[in-house]
Design a protein around this ligand. Structure first.
Ligand SMILES: [Zn+2]
Length: 400
């Protein structure tokens, strides 16, 4: 038996007027998921424990079977794992964005944050900028590690887990009262601006009308994650397919194989077929027992607030990931159990995550049912199956 989780990030939503009061999942043309639903079981699952922040970090830990109340120690430490940062028990990991601040004001505190991603600057250019910062600011206590595009990591030896402002939450605002309360972090952000503002890469970016990457911004502090191997917990050899550092970090932390798929980029035009093929290959050729296939696109389209693109992302998940995976496993003669679900809702109306329950679909190729329902929020709720503890859903996948 082979096992799969297919995760459509942020796929759940609320009824939308322009879709005739249907949700994107309900409105989207998803023949494969509906077929699997009829032959399988649907229900609702509560992935975000009460009082925890709804995010892909907490929710995906849940879905993978790790109770976030026990195993979640912040987002940045998980990303740090994915970029290979060695963390000690006494280390604090922080996300270090390189952001765009306005430049016309007199003091650092008066500047506004214009872009949390510096125009999604290339990894190559941003690594050069981070090197310039590192040369001046790195010491025994603080170490910088380069990640992807504008996303980097700061490791703070014997640091503190502080409450820090997420840069994408305060776009357009004056930064004075958004800066870290800790003087060392605040000073480093200030100095990073002085280092970066006249860097040749930024002078060139401004000439080209691009946002300069002119300041560090620290957030997402956390301690070393205390995850344990997935195989130890489940006796299943597992692999992760995702474009996103966070999911790769969870895989590193749980000693799962991380599969790199060329052209998987977290966007609407990701390499769907490549992900599907990689999933079939790792199960059939590499003899893994379990694969987790994560698709970022529905969440991203939810953040963008585009109904049309979110529907498209869901249709792509159905036609270009789920269908070829099912066909590939059937062609290989494999029996399989599969659960399809979102990690959390990212309602178009809110353009951010909520902690509401999400619909799941559980399918077993060796135990076909004969239901009339389709896979969407309303019918999953009406089905009456409910998993109150998200981290226990995976037991249903592996049971019997
Ligand atoms: Zn999101």
């Amino acid at each position: 038996m082979k096992y799969l989780v297919i995760l459509g990030d942020g796929m759940a939503d609320c009824p939308i007027e322009e879709l005739g009061q249907k949700t994107p999942l309900e409105y989207a043309d998803t023949p494969k998921m509906d077929e699997l639903a009829k032959k399988g079981t649907i229900g609702m699952v509560h992935t975000i424990p009460d009082g925890m922040k709804p995010g892909s970090d907490t929710a995906n830990l849940s879905v993978l079977g790790y109770d976030p109340r026990k195993f979640y120690s912040g987002r940045s430490p998980l990303e740090a794992l994915s970029i290979g940062v060695p963390m000690k028990e006494t280390d604090i990991a922080l996300r270090c964005n390189i952001v765009t601040l306005s430049e016309e004001e007199d003091t650092y505190e008066q500047r506004r944050i214009l872009d949390h991603s510096s125009g999604e600057i290339s990894t190559e250019d941003c690594t050069v900028l981070l090197d310039a910062v590192r040369k001046e600011l790195e010491n025994e206590e603080f170490k910088f590690y380069a990640g992807t595009s504008y996303r980097h990591c700061l490791i703070w030896d014997h640091g503190e887990v502080l409450d820090l402002v997420q840069p994408h939450d305060v776009l357009g605002q004056v930064i004075g009262d958004k800066l870290p309360s800790h003087p060392a972090l605040r000073e480093m952000m200030k100095k990073s601006y002085d280092i970066l503002v006249s860097h040749p890469i930024n002078i060139e970016r401004k000439k080209q009308g691009l946002n300069p990457a002119n300041s560090c911004w620290f957030w997402g502090a956390g301690t070393k994650p205390a995850l344990f191997p997935f195989e130890e917990k489940t006796q299943k050899k597992g692999a992760m397919i995702s474009a996103v550092d966070l999911l790769k970090g969870i895989a590193v932390g749980t000693s799962m194989k991380v599969i790199h798929v060329e052209g998987a980029n977290g966007g609407l035009n990701t390499n769907y077929e490549g992900k599907a093929q990689a999933a079939v290959d790792v199960l059939t050729k590499d003899q893994y027992d379990f694969v987790y296939v994560h698709l970022e696109a529905p969440d991203e389209m939810g953040h963008q607030g585009s109904v049309e693109k979110k529907v498209k992302a869901i249709e792509n998940l159905d036609a270009r990931i789920i269908r070829p995976i099912v066909e590939g496993l059937e062609a290989a003669g494999e029996d399989f159990r599969m659960v399809i679900l979102p990690d959390h809702p990212t309602p178009i109306a809110l353009r951010t995550h909520t902690a509401d329950c999400v619909p799941y679909l559980l399918y077993d190729s060796t135990d076909l049912k004969d239901n009339t329902w389709k896979y969407n929020e309303k019918e999953a709720e009406a089905a009456g199956n409910f998993v109150a503890e998200g981290h226990q859903l995976i037991d249903r996948l592996f049971e019997k």
